[in-house]
Design a protein around this ligand. Structure first.
Ligand code: OSB
Ligand code: MG
Length: 372
């Protein structure tokens, strides 16, 4: 049982080491909402929302998440009495509010961190992890030129990353991807379109189909499961769904339709870590592969991603990259890639990391505390 006293919201901004461009826009900094829950007797816990400043990846965005957290989710969390067992109670208590999955996931992460820290149990262990290191991939944004792309991919592969995912968009697809394949014939490569194409563009994917990619991520609109099924039927390369999968039920439907053979699992996108585990269950049962995606998280969200990536079934390298791929100075102690392309899963209780106080203050734009 855990009794919550207050929740502090904190908007933080961290400059990215390089702009990150996808088919839907460019990020130059990471703006995130951190959540710190304070319990009456069990210490505190940290969570991070996967939202960005604009509702481009999904309907959610930071200012919207802030308001729904402050005015709806946190008040109903605090008003409901003690949580027992704490983390499992969060989802049902917030289920009356439709959608807002990333905001809900941040609450659940913070409660998990507080509850597990008090028990001395690492998040990875609580979720059922069977490894203490995970193989890591890297997501490569759309660069200025093919030469720039080749240099970036080469540097990441030299650093040890086990898979490079190339962002594509109409006008930046077959030619650059073919150039990377020719330069790195044996590399584990994939592409991610972030929903930028339509089924009428199938010829582009048929051209990519011959390039030995391990998957094509979210080629079509996020609400077009049926078109993804039709595209998958025309390709040998597995289609991987990201934006389209918002729950375990979505995963079951997509699999039933034949819309994907791989799922990128992001706890924020599906409403929390516990639902992410259920997405894994549905996928593994059906023989669909899963891996842990990312949302350019700070060290707080990254710690939780690494715990998820360590679960049985997460067989492909995730977008769980090292801190220095994003930030010159992360909020937490940096996550470091080993030369073999793996990273250690945090071992400490809860999410296993905390923000460094000086860095946290330097990155904070505003805070607001909500009490019971
Ligand atoms: O589509 O997986 C995506 C980043 C922001 C929003 C969506 C996506 C991404 C990435 C980067 O690909 C993943 C990461 O390194 O965190
Ligand atoms: Mg994606």
């Amino acid at each position: 049982m855990i009794e919550l006293a207050a929740v502090e919201l904190r908007l933080v901004r961290l400059p990215l080491v390089a702009p990150f461009r996808t088919s839907f826009g460019e990020e130059r900094e990471k703006e995130a909402i951190l959540l710190r829950v304070e319990t009456r007797d069990r210490g505190t816990g940290w969570g991070e929302s996967a939202t960005f400043p604009f509702p481009r990846y999904s309907e959610e965005w930071n200012e919207g998440a802030w308001i729904v957290l402050r005015d709806h989710l946190i008040p109903s969390l605090l008003a409901g009495g003690p949580l027992a067992p704490a983390p499992e109670d969060v989802g049902p208590r917030l289920a009356w509010a439709r959608g807002h999955r990333m905001a809900k996931a941040a609450v659940e992460m913070a409660v998990l961190d507080a509850a597990l820290s008090a028990q001395g149990v690492p998040l990875a262990e609580h979720l059922g992890a069977d490894r203490d290191r995970v193989p890591c991939g890297v997501s490569v944004g759309i660069p200025g030129s093919v030469d720039d792309l080749l240099a970036r991919v080469g540097a990441y592969l030299d650093a040890g990353y086990r898979r490079a995912k190339l962002k594509i968009e109409p006008g930046w697809d077959v030619e650059p991807v073919r150039a990377v394949r020719e330069a790195f014939p044996d590399a584990h490569l994939s592409v991610d379109a972030n929903a930028a194409y339509r089924l009428e563009d199938a010829a582009i994917f048929e051209a990519l189909d011959g390039l030995g990619l391990s998957m094509i991520e979210q080629p079509l609109h996020h609400e077009d499961l049926w078109d993804h099924a039709r595209l998958q039927a025309r390709l040998a390369t597995p289609v991987c769904l990201d934006e389209s999968i918002r729950s375990a039920a979505d995963a079951a439907l997509a699999i039933e339709l034949g819309a994907c053979r791989v799922i990128n699992v992001k706890a924020g996108r599906v409403g929390g870590l516990l639902e992410a585990v259920r997405v894994r269950d549905v996928a593994v049962e059906a023989g669909v592969l899963v891996w842990c995606g990312g949302m350019l998280e700070t060290g707080i969200g990254r710690a939780a991603n690494l715990a998820l990536a360590a679960l049985p079934g997460f067989t492909m390298p995730g977008d769980t990259s090292a801190s220095d791929r994003y930030f010159a100075d992360d909020l937490t102690e940096p996550f470091v890639l080993a030369p073999d392309g793996t990273m250690a899963v945090p071992r400490g209780p809860g999410i296993g990391v905390e923000p460094r106080p000086d860095r946290l203050e330097a990155c904070t734009v505003r805070t607001e505390r909500i009490t019971a």
